[in-house]
Design a protein around this ligand. Structure first.
Ligand code: VGL
Ligand code: ZN
Length: 207
């Protein structure tokens, strides 16, 4: 357990990004349930409360797929059907404290790993979500990231944040990996740390 003093400082130039805390990932009955995905929710809610109390924006991303997309195994991709738009699996988990805008990604069949960008799995073309514009309009310079999953959307969002010029910090106690291969989550964290993403919630990577 981490005490509140190990948490990041929030201020109005910081945004808390909560990545894909949706039923299909966070509920044990979800189609792409991440081990421990539900356990992080009370921790994330505490972060939401502290962030909002310090004037920070909180943004919620959602994986938001059409019923058929090359992202899904049955259509040539690698994932079970998950987070189909306007279904239970795509809804934010009901225990999550929601106090800020949402950003949906993947609705045109893209691989929506990053909250900032999407990639067409066929053409490889990259497109932007509205997240960067939303953060810039709010004067955000630094993002604090939690949610699911460490080795896909959390990692991609954190790396994109750095590319776009934000400082980025990952809440190590507020994320969980898919771990398609054992160790994917740990490797993702190492990659993030070496890219310059700060870590909060455990000693690794802390000054
Ligand atoms: C994600 C796998 C497939 C994620 C999304 O949110 O990390 N993972 N689609
Ligand atoms: Zn997906």
């Amino acid at each position: 357990m981490s005490s509140p003093s190990t948490g990041p400082a929030y201020d109005p130039t910081t945004a808390l990004l909560l990545i894909d805390v949706q039923n299909d990932f966070a509920d044990p009955g979800g189609s792409l349930a991440v081990a421990g995905g539900e356990v992080i929710i009370p921790y994330l809610n505490q972060e939401v409360a502290v962030a909002r109390g310090s004037g920070a924006l909180v943004v919620y991303t959602q994986d938001w797929h059409p019923t058929s997309t090359p992202h899904f195994a049955r259509d040539g991709g690698i994932w079970p059907v998950h987070c189909v738009m306007d279904t239970w699996g795509a809804e934010l988990h009901p225990a999550l404290m929601v106090d800020g805008p949402g950003v949906r990604k993947g609705s045109h069949g893209e691989d929506g790993y990053s909250g900032f960008s999407m990639r067409d799995p066929q053409s490889g073309r990259e497109s932007r979500t509205e997240l960067d514009g939303l953060l810039r309009a709010a004067g955000v310079e630094r993002v604090v990231i939690g949610g699911l999953a460490t080795d896909y959307c959390v990692k991609a969002t954190a790396l994109d944040a750095l590319r776009l010029g934000y400082r980025a910090l990952v809440l190590v106690d507020g994320i969980r990996p898919v771990d398609l291969a054992p160790g994917d989550g740990e490797r993702a964290l190492a990659e993030l740390a070496s890219a310059g993403v700060e870590m909060a919630g455990e000693p690794v990577g802390r000054p």
